[in-house]
Design a protein around this ligand. Structure first.
Ligand SMILES: Cc1cc2nc3c(=O)[nH]c(=O)nc-3n(C[C@H](O)[C@H](O)[C@H](O)COP(=O)(O)OP(=O)(O)OC[C@H]3O[C@@H](n4cnc5c(N)ncnc54)[C@H](O)[C@@H]3O)c2cc1C
Ligand SMILES: *[C@@H]1O[C@H](CO)[C@@H](O)[C@H](O)[C@H]1NC(C)=O
Length: 430
């Protein structure tokens, strides 16, 4: 980076969508002296933000993008160490507990995520802090992309408010309903529509005191997955362990609603989780009358880029939530792409196409495998994965193995292998 004047790059990167992926990519590029502009649909990040948890691989990618990102993340997260007396669980991701069967209530395994453990934060807090790292005038709020059109000289971005800009190159980080993806892959939009995945969930946030009363101190304070026949439940501390986030997942072949949320009541929950043992039943007793949320899935797409336009994060590979890896994958994408686009050999929009090619070659297989694994994970946690079922040893082994694959990757090597692909291609182009 030092022996070339990167400010002489003949392009500015237009980023559509300022979520986790868009902002981390922008910060990585700015730090490497690549010009960016960000167009974000909302006018401010919503107060009632979703919670996020990011695993070890993405945690290691954060400081490589920019050390500030990691500092911010570490300062905002809730961990097991927020509960006095539970510091020994600092590196625990989840304790996995049998909900049903002869060992009901006992711990199957303490699944560690080394070294970071379970970490959760509010998405809106993280985004607000990330925006503060970006120079004024770079993020344009209230710009919802309507359509995108490539011309001989660039890419026209047309926004819902009637305004438009011409961009040199575009990265679509606009989430699950990506408009940028529509323009990259119009022919695949039909088959990549969301489909009901065969599971729905109930959600609740309980006070820690209520939670302790319901399931005891350790089950309340340590992140827990309860595994049972055809269903599983997850709880983890949030907000400095003042509250606990609970999700219950169950299988049902059909979803008879047009929307992804439908009203439900206590009896529905009792019917779905009555067989799930004392802990889960105690949780249900304290959960307010809930709604049911359908879990959707999408088919893999054939490419993450076309010409001067690429897609990143959920726009490219949205996943079911059974592995908690969506945001982490967006961060891994951002790390690879920031390094490629800032490489001194990438000077023109034509060179950028080589960067997109390499990004796709390295990131598509891994992120799509994460999507597939997330689906398999649901079957594992519901004790119905072929060849494993409720076999204790096999369950431990396969869960450990799958999370290792997700977490133990050498993120620098991932990036360098993409760089190698790009440099070989650029050599052929010149
Ligand atoms: C229920 C649920 C639970 C989850 N739990 C976890 C978890 O525990 N851990 C984890 O790692 N991941 C989790 N995820 C996934 C995670 O939220 C996403 O993978 C992650 O936010 C993806 O980041 P992104 O930047 O690609 O998209 P987003 O964060 O969705 O950002 C997209 C941005 O683009 C903007 N935008 C959208 N359309 C337009 C447009 N047309 N023009 C301009 N801007 C636009 C949006 O306003 C938004 O700011 C969960 C997801 C869901 C749905
Ligand atoms: C609770 O967890 C779910 C699933 O992981 C997540 O979607 C939701 O945003 C979380 N809510 C809060 C308030 O943390």
């Amino acid at each position: 980076m030092c022996d070339a004047d990167t400010s002489a790059k003949q392009f500015t990167v237009a980023i559509v969508g300022g979520g986790i992926g868009g902002l981390t990519l922008a910060i990585g590029l700015i730090r490497r002296n690549v010009r960016v502009q960000i167009y974000e649909a909302v006018t401010a990040f919503e107060e009632v933000g979703l919670g996020l948890s990011i695993g070890p691989a993405a945690h290691r990618a954060m400081p490589l993008i920019d050390p500030h990102i990691c500092d911010i993340y570490d300062s905002l997260v809730t961990t097991h160490a927020d509960s006095p007396g539970y510091e020994r669980f600092r590196q625990t991701y989840f304790e996995i507990v049998w909900a049903t069967g002869p060992q009901a209530g006992q711990v199957l395994m303490d699944l560690k995520a080394l070294p970071s453990g379970q970490t959760t934060l509010r998405r809106a807090d993280f985004l607000d802090a990330l925006v503060n790292l970006i120079p004024e005038g770079t993020v344009h709020f209230g710009k919802r992309l309507r359509s995108l059109e490539e011309t001989s000289t660039g890419v026209n971005l047309l926004f819902e408010d009637g305004s438009s800009v011409v961009a040199d190159v575009v990265v679509g980080c606009d989430g699950i309903r990506s408009k940028v993806k529509e323009s990259v892959l119009p022919e695949e939009m039909e088959q990549s529509q969301p489909r009901y995945s065969g599971m729905y969930s109930y959600r609740a946030i309980l006070d820690m005191e209520t939670m302790v009363e319901a399931v005891g101190d350790q089950r309340a304070r340590v992140s827990t997955m309860y595994i049972g026949q055809g269903a599983y439940a997850v709880s983890f501390p949030i907000m400095r362990a003042k509250k606990v986030n609970i999700s219950l997942y169950t299988s049902s072949e059909t979803w008879d609603s047009d929307t992804w949320v439908r009203p439900a009541n206590r009896h529905d929950m009792e019917r779905d989780f009555g067989h799930m043992g004392d802990h889960v039943n105690a949780l249900i007793k304290h959960m307010p009358d809930p709604s049911q949320l359908a879990i959707f899935e999408r088919r893999h797409i054939s490419t993450f880029w076309k010409s001067r336009v690429a897609i990143l994060g959920d726009a490219a590979h949205s996943s079911t939530p059974h592995q908690g890896a969506g945001a982490g994958q967006a961060i891994e994408d951002a790390h690879v792409l920031a390094e490629l686009l800032s490489d001194p050999s990438v000077m023109t929009p034509a060179h950028v196409t080589a960067a997109f090619y390499a990004y796709d070659a390295v990131r598509r297989p891994r992120s799509q495998r994460v999507v597939t694994n997330s689906k398999d994970n649901a079957d594992l946690l519901c004790l119905r994965y072929a060849g494993v079922g409720d076999n204790e040893l096999k369950l431990k082994e396969i869960l450990q193995e799958r999370f290792r694959w997700l977490w133990d990757i050498d993120v620098e090597e991932q990036m360098e292998s993409a760089r190698k692909i790009m440099l070989e291609l650029l050599e052929k182009m010149d």
